[in-house]
Write a new protein. Structure first.
Length: 359
């Protein structure tokens, strides 16, 4: 009886081992390649989050984020950075190809990455936060130099005092809200620089002064870790590099890694177009003026329908509404428009608007 039970036990263990999905060696020898090419918005942050999940599920040992961006929304940028900081897989951000840039939000993402790399003839910087649609008005008198003191001082003393006043004025320009936003951005980027051991002083200059650096100077100033011509060159230089991942230190083995691309689907590409800050701002204006025109001219129908749809899309693009809530609102709006078409003669405007809202 005992040999029989022992045989059953061995058979059970063998079956469990066969059913347990072991991590294949091929998965561990792959690097997942993500690409950001354009403004950063909620669609891009969702794409990056999905890419990290795929890398974890497939057992990839490295995530490479190839980036060329003029910047984007602060909320989407912070979502990407949170994912990078929480990632159990090292994330290498590579500003490429030559001629690309990591401006504004891209600079923050580059600083947050475990390894920051750039191709030749690329640049980063211009990390000063700005308002969509232009800068807001400053407080009265903040754009003017403070009046000089009426004291009988020498010329040198007046010069020193004037220089000090100008320096103090440069440190805190603009309105109270602008100073709060800039100081918040400075503290955020400095914290990322301290975490990754990168140049803290230049990080502050990138925010306060909008400073920029080409790849070669960024490497000399310890803003980035390396310069690579392309992905194969990047993998060669990363091989054997030690970096901090959470509470442990790991050594990268990247020489024999196979690159696996994670392309955005059609839905992400469509939402990326809608959430482009320029297009989103246009949708917001169309939405507001469309509803205003409908309010001043009841029965026009078309401006109100177009305004409602554009306004909901703009609220999603600016991350005021999450994608699920924006989709639900569009579905409800589409249903209301289609039902209203049966009772209100609109020559098809309500019905077509309802179908567009559904789509």
């Amino acid at each position: 009886m005992r040999p029989f039970l022992f045989a059953i036990l061995l058979l059970s263990v063998a079956l469990l081992q066969a059913q347990t999905p072991a991590k294949p060696e091929a998965s561990a020898s792959t690097a997942l390649l993500l690409k950001i090419d354009g403004p950063i918005g909620p669609a891009i942050s969702h794409y990056f989050s999905q890419g990290l999940k795929k890398a974890q599920q497939s057992g990839s040992s490295l995530v490479i984020l190839q980036m060329d961006t003029p910047g984007g929304l602060d909320t989407a940028m912070r979502d990407i950075i949170k994912d990078i900081l929480a990632s159990p897989i090292p994330v290498v951000t590579f500003v490429a190809p030559s001629g690309a840039r990591a401006a504004s939000a891209g600079t923050y993402i580059l600083y947050a990455s475990h390894v920051a790399a750039m191709a030749p003839a690329t640049n980063l910087g211009s990390a000063t936060p700005v308002q969509i649609g232009g800068e807001g008005p400053s407080e009265p008198g903040t754009d003017e130099k403070p009046p000089a003191a009426d004291k009988p001082d020498s010329r040198d003393e007046k010069g020193k005092e004037g220089a000090k006043d100008e320096e103090d004025h440069r440190v805190t320009p603009g309105s109270a809200m602008e100073r709060k936003v800039i100081n918040d951005a400075v503290g955020y980027l400095r914290g990322l620089a301290q975490l990754r051991g990168r140049n803290v002083e230049w990080a502050e200059r990138a925010v306060r002064e909008g400073a920029n650096l080409p790849a070669s100077e960024a490497l000399d100033n310890k803003v980035i870790d390396l310069i690579a011509k392309d992905i194969p060159d990047l993998l060669r230089q990363l091989d054997g590099r030690k970096l901090r991942l959470g509470a442990s230190e790991i050594t990268l083995a990247t020489k024999a890694l196979t690159i696996e691309k994670f392309e955005p689907d059609w839905r992400t590409e469509l939402l990326a177009v809608i959430t482009n800050p320029t297009i989103a701002y246009g949708l917001l204006l169309i939405g507001i003026y469309g509803l205003l025109f409908e309010g001043y001219n009841p029965g026009a129908v078309l401006p109100g329908v177009a305004g409602a749809i554009c306004l909901l899309l703009a609220l999603f693009a600016f991350q005021v509404l999450p994608v699920n809530f924006a989709g639900l609102a569009l579905i409800v709006l589409g249903a209301l428009l289609v039902v209203t078409e049966a009772f209100v003669p609109s020559f098809g405007a309500l019905g077509i608007g309802g179908l567009i809202a559904f789509i």
